[in-house]
Design a protein around this ligand. Structure first.
Ligand code: BV8
Ligand code: ZN
Length: 260
């Protein structure tokens, strides 16, 4: 069964930046910022070939989140849910970080204080070398025991369609935050701290509709941060940010660091 049409997306004509002065302004702000927070979504990994969730080629075009990404779905049909995650693991295993992931690693190296918050579960930020990060929706390469709650890394591709805990024999589930589940308290606390304290927030490749992450740009703005959005399209956050740069993450993020 082919679950996703992997046909190449038509190439855009390049970054659709509004006035060049906006890019220059962001470069200057970024170079001067002492405390930088970055929030990423599926759009940053789209440039590596990982499908996004919403939009024309998005996963939620062909699948219902209620059937696959809720605790109720897993209770009802764990085989179906694991089959879907297995398919995504197989797909993600073939993908590599792109220039935008790498530019964020460089930003972490340069910035006096830095934190990356990602909604992505693909692990590509970690693969790229990011270390100061919170994967607030979990990680597709981790499993969690429904019995003893132990979390472990599991990179099997494919993973057994009904994996069981080696310790207590209970069913394992993906270590992913599903709809209707709370994010980890420690992650929420860390997000609150970095959003309140940052002087610059970069929001990259997220549609800005899934809470609580959808509220992060507002939180940072209210705390006085300069907020920059990088996205192919406009989003519900575009009107509240200071600068909205339209284009591909892999083109724009490196440009912010190394002027050409
Ligand atoms: C919570 C895991 C407290 C699956 C994900 C009614 C019932 C139940 C819950 C709710 C409800 N109403 C509201 C809620 C809360 C809910 C929510 O926000 N729902 C929305 C949709 C209405 N949130 C929650 O449930 C959260 N928990 O609030 O706990 C609670 C408890 C009980 C009840 C209520 C509240 C949990 C949220 C976690 C959801 N988990 N998925 C999996 O990944 O396997 S969400 C899913 O969306 C993904 O994980 C993803 O990370 C996330 C966000 O999506 P994006 O990353 O933004 O991706 P998207 O495709 O949407 O957009 C891509 C963007 O990139 C686009 O803008 C595009 O233009 C751009 N782009 C594309 N290519 C590029 C690009 N940009 C730049 N360059 C490119 N090349
Ligand atoms: Zn267990």
């Amino acid at each position: 069964m082919r679950l996703y049409d992997d046909a190449a997306r038509p190439e855009e004509t390049g970054p659709r930046m509004a006035p060049g002065s906006n890019l220059e302004l962001v470069r200057q702000r970024l170079a001067a910022a002492r405390n930088i927070t970055v929030l990423t979504g599926a759009g940053i990994s789209a440039d590596s070939g990982v499908p996004t969730f919403r939009g024309a080629d998005g996963l939620w075009r062909n699948f219902r989140a209620e059937d696959l990404a809720t605790p109720e779905a897993f209770e009802r049909d764990p085989r179906l849910v694991w089959a879907w995650y297995n398919w995504r693991r197989e797909l993600i295993a073939t993908k590599q970080p792109n220039a935008a992931h790498l530019a964020i690693v460089e930003l972490e190296r340069r910035a006096p204080t830095f934190w990356l918050v990602t909604q992505n579960v693909d692990g590509l930020h970690r693969d790229a070398g990011s270390r100061k990060l919170s994967e607030i929706h979990g990680n597709i390469w981790k499993v969690r025991c429904t019995g003893c709650h132990a979390v472990s890394e599991n990179r099997d591709v494919p993973i057994s369609i009904l994996p069981f805990c080696p310790q207590c024999r209970a069913l394992l589930r993906p270590h992913i935050v599903w709809f209707g589940e709370s994010l980890l308290a420690a992650d929420l606390q860390q997000c609150s701290t970095v959003l309140r304290n940052c002087d610059l927030l970069l929001v990259i490749g997220t549609s800005g509709v899934v809470y609580p992450a959808a509220g992060f740009a507002t939180l940072a703005k209210e705390a006085g941060a300069f907020v920059v959005e990088i996205n192919l399209d406009s989003t519900p956050q575009s009107s509240l940010v200071d600068v909205s740069l339209q284009g591909r993450a892999k083109d724009l993020v490196p440009l912010l660091l190394d002027p050409t």
